[in-house]
Design a binder for this molecule. Sequence first.
Ligand SMILES: [Ca+2]
Ligand SMILES: [Ca+2]
Length: 408
Amino acid sequence: MQRTTTPRELRHEAMAVIAGVVGGGAGIGHATLKGLSAGGTGIGGAASQPAAGEGRTHEGMVWIPGGEFLMGSTDPLARVDESPVHSVRVDGFWMDTTEVTIAQFARFVAATGYKTVAERPVDWEAMKLQLPPGTPKPPDEQLRPGSLVFVPPAGPVDLRFVEQWWRWTNGADWRHPEGPASSIAGREQHPVVHVAFEDALAYAKWAGKRLPTEAEWECAARGGLRGKVNVWGDEGVDPNRCNYFQGHFPDHNTSEDGFATAAPVKSFPPNAFGLYDMAGNVWEWCADLYHERAYRMEVGSTDTPRVAENPSGPATCFDSRRPDEKTLRVIRGGSFLCNDSYCASYRPSARMATSPDTSLRHVGFRCVEGGAVRKEAGVKGADAGKADDAGDGDSAGKSETAGAPARK
Ligand SMILES: [Ca+2]
Ligand SMILES: [Ca+2]
C-alpha cells in the first residue's frame, strides 16, 4: 500500500521547511515538519425534503436524502483508517452541487473584505509554539504571505519526500493559484483553492451554511450506492470519470482527462445525487477532527457494533504519522494529483488529515445546510469558527448521541 505518501503539508510545516529545521521523523507530516529531512513513512431512509426556508432557494444545492449507509472500505486500495466498515445513519441535508467556485468566493470577499490565511503574514509567535523547541525564526521575507504550490519535478523522485513537488510560494493565494504571476482570469468556474480551514468556515458562515461532517460527505459521495469502491460503482477509475492524475506521479502528467490541475466544476459526470467532483478535482474540507481510529471509536465493540447516528467525528485528533498534531481536520475526495501509484483518494471512503492553518493548490471545499449533527468537539469547532477548540483527552467511548439539531 502507498500508506504514507500523500501530501499533507502544514502551513507551519512549510515554515519549518523554509526555516531549515533539520531532524528525523517517522511520517511524512513530521518529516516535513522537521525539515523534510526524513521520510518513511445504500441510502435507505426516506427523510422528507423540507421546503426552503423563507428567502432561501437552495440554489446550487441538492437534497441528500438521509438514511443508513455503509461508511468505510476494505477494498485493496483502502487504508487502515477506513476500517471498520460500519453502518451510519444521517438525517437528510442540502449540499452544494459543486465545490465552491472562485466566482462564489470572490462574492464573499467583495461583501466582507475577508483576507484568507494565505494572504496574511505568518504569525511566528503563534507558529513557533507548534514547532520543536529552539526552532530558529526564518528570515522575515519568508514570513510574508504565501501558500503551497505544486511544482512538478523534472524527473522521477522518491515519493516519501513531498518537498520535491510542493513549494512554499510567497504571493500564492486564491487569486494567484500558481503564485504572484498567475491569475484567476477566465477561471471563475474553477474551485477556489489555497483556502485554509478557517477560510472555509468563514465562507460557510457568510453563506448561512456549514461544512459537512465526514459522514455526511461520504454519504453524499456514495450517491445511494451501497459499499461500492467508487462514486460511480465498482468499475475502476478512468479519464472520463473524474479529474485525477494520469501518467507517472509527480513528474509526468499525461492529462488524458484534459486537465493537469483543477478543472472547472461540472467538467465530469455527476454522481447519482447530482453532485459533481466528489471524486477528484480538489480536496474538500470537512468539519471533523481527524482520528485514524475514528470509526473503531464510533462503533464501539466489534462484537455488537452499533449504528452511528449523525456522527460528527471524535473529540480529539490523532494521526500516528504525526502524533504531536492535535488539530488536524479531515479532507475528502482526492484531487487532480491523485494517482493509483500514490493515494487513489478519489474513492469515497478515502480519508486524509490536514492542518487547519494549511492552504494548498489542490484543497477547496463545499458547504451543506440543514441536517443534524451530534454536538461533539469536531463539529463544535466548526460551528464556533475555530479550528483548535477541541478538548483534550482520549475521546474513545465518548460517542453518546446528543441528538442536537444542526445550527442551521
Ligand atoms: Ca487530470
Ligand atoms: Ca472534489
